[in-house]
Design a protein around this ligand. Structure first.
Ligand SMILES: [Zn+2]
Length: 292
């Protein structure tokens, strides 16, 4: 077996684009630092709404294939080489927004058996031995069925891995501190001048906003190349995201701030050695979670 890097990070996401929006700067930083960064995306997002008119003809499997290409380009921008679709591309279909008839498609991720999907992810954990697993909170950040399911599957897979003796040392949820979100939205009106967005989103449109004291780790990219890499990765998801200036919009065309600092709440595992740590691996032994 080839020797693994001493720091190993696994991120579990619902659709191509979620990883770049939530964790792009974090992924770029750890990849550049030589950590092992593995992304598992659960669906191809083939029910997503397409923004550019010239690509509006894409839907279903053709959109899924296109988004797989966007994901590959985005991961090139972040320097991440290990990208996997849970169970292989197309194994789980995009479920669409909550309440749509698509949610009842037996092949969609929302209808997947959690234990079955978790077993597939547990196999990735067995192979890659992450010390750190990043996913969404139980509400999926904002209630999308695939995001909720990604949380359930990631949580169950971490339990299965722990029972087998190689569970991640820490599980984190993606977060945004409330005062940071509010301050960013307060500046947004000013920043929108000259940008192609007509209207702004609100703090309520941002997934995972919580009270500041729940933030355990912040990864600040600031003016580093990691912030630029995140913006480039988001731009690569052109069917889903429009980036302009320090803002971006999804298919609802509502501008929101592009956060170059990413925030995490420790959901399970070893406590952090300090408040607001600046490293997801802070205080972890190099071999935590390694092959036994
Ligand atoms: Zn998503």
């Amino acid at each position: 077996m080839t020797e693994q890097p001493s720091r190993r990070l696994l991120l579990v996401h619902a659709h191509p684009d979620d990883e770049s929006i939530n964790n792009g700067a974090t992924m770029a930083r750890y990849a550049a630092e030589g950590a092992q960064v593995t992304l598992v995306t659960c669906t191809l997002g083939e029910r997503g709404e397409v923004i550019p008119p010239e690509l509006a003809h894409l839907n279903g499997p053709a959109l899924g294939r296109h988004r797989m290409g966007e994901l590959t380009t985005a991961m090139g921008e972040l320097g991440v080489r290990d990208v996997r679709l849970l169970g292989g591309p197309g194994r789980f279909a995009d479920s669409g927004m909550m309440g749509l008839p698509d949610n009842e498609d037996p092949g969609c991720f929302w209808q997947a058996d959690v234990d079955e999907a978790a077993a597939l992810l547990a196999e990735v954990i067995r192979e890659t031995r992450p010390q750190v697993l990043v996913t969404y909170d139980p509400d999926g950040g904002y209630g999308h069925p695939d995001h909720i399911q990604a949380h359930r599957v990631a949580t169950r897979a971490a339990e299965l891995a722990a029972a087998a003796g190689h569970g991640p040392a820490r599980v984190y949820w993606n977060r945004v501190p409330r005062t940071t979100a509010e301050a960013a939205f307060a500046r947004l009106g000013e920043e929108l001048r000259g940008l192609p967005f007509d209207r702004a989103a609100t703090v309520d449109d941002v997934p995972g906003v919580v009270e500041d004291e729940r933030i355990d780790v912040e990864i600040a990219a600031g003016d580093t190349p990691y912030a630029a890499a995140k913006a480039a990765a988001m731009r690569a998801h052109a069917t889903q995201i429009e980036v302009a200036g320090s803002c971006f919009a999804l298919s609802n065309a509502l501008a929101q701030p592009l956060f170059t600092t990413e925030y995490y709440e420790l959901a399970a595992g070893q406590p952090l050695p300090e408040a607001r740590a600046t490293d997801l691996f802070a205080g972890l032994a190099a071999d935590a979670g390694a092959a036994s």
